[in-house]
Design a protein around this ligand. Structure first.
Ligand SMILES: [Zn+2]
Length: 235
């Protein structure tokens, strides 16, 4: 018998958020409490990420006392969003969305595709831990996508790259050679992969689908440009 209480996570007391937001700390530095998380709508969660990326691109990132945030989240977490991103070193979600300790769950895997373990991670992040938004974040110049379109063979990578077959198939109408030398093709596959992966979250997970249908969760895909730092949402 599944006992949901065993998986419930502690959340920081309201006093912790008040302390984090006190004094000279900007409001962005207040850690998320369960109450603040649940009063944030999925659309507002999306706006928070958009605003954070605007700050990142403009060089106006917020400087928070991370040690204070560690203290204020020690007893629990209540992140407002969950992000599936690539392992690429140029695309750390917390940095490109100007978020910090306790703000977002991040699942990172080469090529930001979705499998059973990612689905389980997102079900935890949303249904049990309360995140209001799920983002599949692709990026330009993705090495995993390039490897997949070139049919790279290496150890476990060979099997992993098969996850991109649907996105490659969806991009077959792109003109030019279908190799990593064709940047337009690589980008089309990356776009399709982000979109299809977001669709998979709803199609494969009854838990996520039910939350979306009830307005508790929003799922979107997005593309990060490694040349500019800008994230474009596909909505
Ligand atoms: Zn990548």
């Amino acid at each position: 018998m599944f006992d949901r209480r065993r998986f419930m996570i502690a959340v920081p007391a309201l006093g912790a958020a008040a302390r984090a937001g006190a004094g000279t700390s900007p409001p962005e530095c207040a850690v998320f409490t369960r109450a603040r998380q649940q009063s944030t709508s999925p659309d507002e969660a999306l706006a928070l990420l958009k605003e954070g990326n605007e700050r990142f691109v403009a060089g106006r990132t917020v400087n928070c006392d991370l040690r204070a945030q560690v203290r204020d989240t020690a007893s629990g977490q209540a992140p407002f969003a969950t992000i599936v991103g690539c392992i690429d070193s140029r695309v750390p979600p917390e940095l490109v969305f100007d978020q910090r300790i306790g703000d977002v769950f991040c699942a990172r895997i080469a090529g930001n595709f979705v499998n059973d373990d990612i689905l389980g991670s997102l079900e935890f992040a949303t249904k049990l831990a309360g995140a209001r938004l799920a983002v599949v974040l692709g990026h330009t110049e993705c090495g995993a996508i390039k490897g997949a379109v070139d049919g790279a063979k290496l150890g476990y990578l060979t099997a992993m790259l098969r996850n991109f077959a649907p996105a490659i198939k969806a991009s077959r109408g792109v003109p030019g050679e279908h190799t990593s030398r064709n940047r337009a093709f690589v980008q089309a596959v990356a776009d399709a992969n982000a979109t299809l992966s977001a669709a998979q979250l709803v199609a494969r997970s009854e838990v996520l689908r039910s939350m979306v249908e009830q307005g508790q969760l929003r799922i979107v895909s997005a593309m990060h440009d490694v040349a500019t730092g800008r994230v474009t949402f596909f909505i």
